[in-house]
Design a protein around this ligand. Structure first.
Ligand SMILES: *Cc1c(COP(=O)(O)O)cnc(C)c1O
Length: 390
């Protein structure tokens, strides 16, 4: 068993000794159960019949006209639950069942991963406990209601700042005490090995489908692919099947308030350090204390990032940049108006970057944007920005 598998110098397994057996067991399952044809067949059944895969690849005729290149959207907004997070939640819930686990736990900040886990628990028949900071429970009432409707228990984390970081601590404490029958379902390509690899492999379906769909439509691979990066799961899922190809890859972080202001741009503004069990880029102060992040989109508001992205940043295989809250909000309004598609504010960061990138592309060049989720959850924020009464 090889624990501490790395992406270059990043990744690893920086956890208390009491968690090592759980991670070893999970790695074993990752190596033996996940590739097994019967597991893959059952997962594929869930993804197809239940979640609605494959998701469409949509050619946007209006914005292609505007921007002067061929713009496609990969429509994870049309996946059941309205975002890509369900690909991973279903994969890990099913894996937990195959491992003989009887219970799922998760932690959530904005509530989107909590909802995906609650859905996956309901459909696979596993009870779900979701840890969530007191403050977040108050801020994210609709998602708390959804989790409860799907049968999950929402457990308030009331220590520290009573937000995501405290919920992570509570979840880790729970897992340490209940490793035998409990699986900790992590929501992005972060955390200790094997989570970054496991979650990536469950999200790779985004890129695998895109590859086939673009080849069918264009007879060749795209020139550029753009995806937003929070923890980095929709981006790595989209990028991974194209890493060895001549395709330019762009990861877009949350620039928050812009130059000098609060930010969520971990790869652009951070430096390497250890957070949540892995060595990766993170936002930290001069003393190595994790800094608070900010983004108008809750899903990108995280001070860390997946270790594989850190490696891809250093090797320059992927170009990472950031766009501000304001640019993302403008892009959200733009896509809604021009194409009749309301993107999540997370995904709107990718759309905003794509608008600028298009200037360097010719009319017959092809760009794919990962539309990671739909924006209904962001309606109030968007309407307030647009100055419209809701
Ligand atoms: C959670 C979320 C993200 C950010 O997570 P990644 O792991 O970086 O993909 C992006 N888009 C949407 C719609 C989300 O819900």
């Amino acid at each position: 068993m090889i624990l501490g598998t790395r992406f270059g110098e990043y990744g690893g397994c920086f956890v208390p000794e009491t968690l090592i057996p759980a991670l070893e067991e999970l790695e074993e399952a990752y190596r033996t159960i996940v590739p097994d044809p019967s597991f893959q067949k059952e997962l594929s059944g869930y993804l197809t019949e239940f979640a609605g895969r494959e998701t469409p690849l949509t050619l946007c005729r209006n914005i292609s006209q505007d921007l002067g290149c061929r713009v496609y959207l990969k429509r994870e907004d049309l996946l059941h639950s309205g975002a890509h997070k369900l690909n991973n939640a279903l994969g890990q819930a099913l894996l937990a069942k195959y491992m003989g686990k009887k219970r799922l736990i998760a932690e959530t900040g904005a509530g989107q991963h909590g909802v995906a886990t609650a859905i996956a628990g309901a459909v696979t028949g596993l009870p779900v406990d979701v840890y969530m900071g007191d403050v977040d429970i108050e801020r994210q009432a609709p998602n708390v209601a959804r989790m409860k409707l799907f049968g999950a228990r929402v457990i308030p984390a009331s220590s520290g700042t009573r937000t995501l970081k405290d919920a992570v601590n509570e979840a880790l404490r729970d897992w340490t005490g209940n490793v035998r029958d409990t699986h900790y379902l992590i929501g992005s390509v972060v955390g200790p090995h094997p989570f970054p690899s496991l979650v990536r492999d469950f999200q790779r379906v985004i890129g695998t489908e895109t590859r086939v769909q673009v080849l069918e439509r264009e007879g060749r691979l795209p020139d550029a692919i753009v995806a937003c990066v929070g923890g980095g799961s929709n981006a790595i899922g989209m990028f991974h099947p194209f890493l060895d190809d001549d395709v330019a890859l762009y990861g877009v972080e949350a620039g928050g308030e812009g130059e000098g202001g609060r930010t969520g741009a971990t790869l652009c503004k951070g430096s390497p350090g250890t957070l949540h069990g892995a060595y990766s880029y993170l936002l930290q102060d001069n003393y190595g204390q994790v800094a608070e992040s900010h983004s108008v989109s809750a899903g990108l508001d995280y001070p860390g990032v997946g270790p594989e992205h850190s490696m891809l940043r250093d090797s320059s295989r992927v170009t990472y940049s950031s766009v501000t809250d304001r640019e993302a909000l403008d892009a959200c309004l733009y896509l809604s108006r021009r194409e009749g598609i309301l993107p999540a504010l997370e995904s709107s960061h990718a759309v905003a970057y794509a608008r600028n990138l298009a200037m360097s592309l010719d009319r017959d060049q092809v760009m794919v944007i990962s539309l990671s989720g739909r924006g209904d959850k962001d309606l109030a924020t968007v309407m307030e920005y647009a100055g419209v009464q809701v």
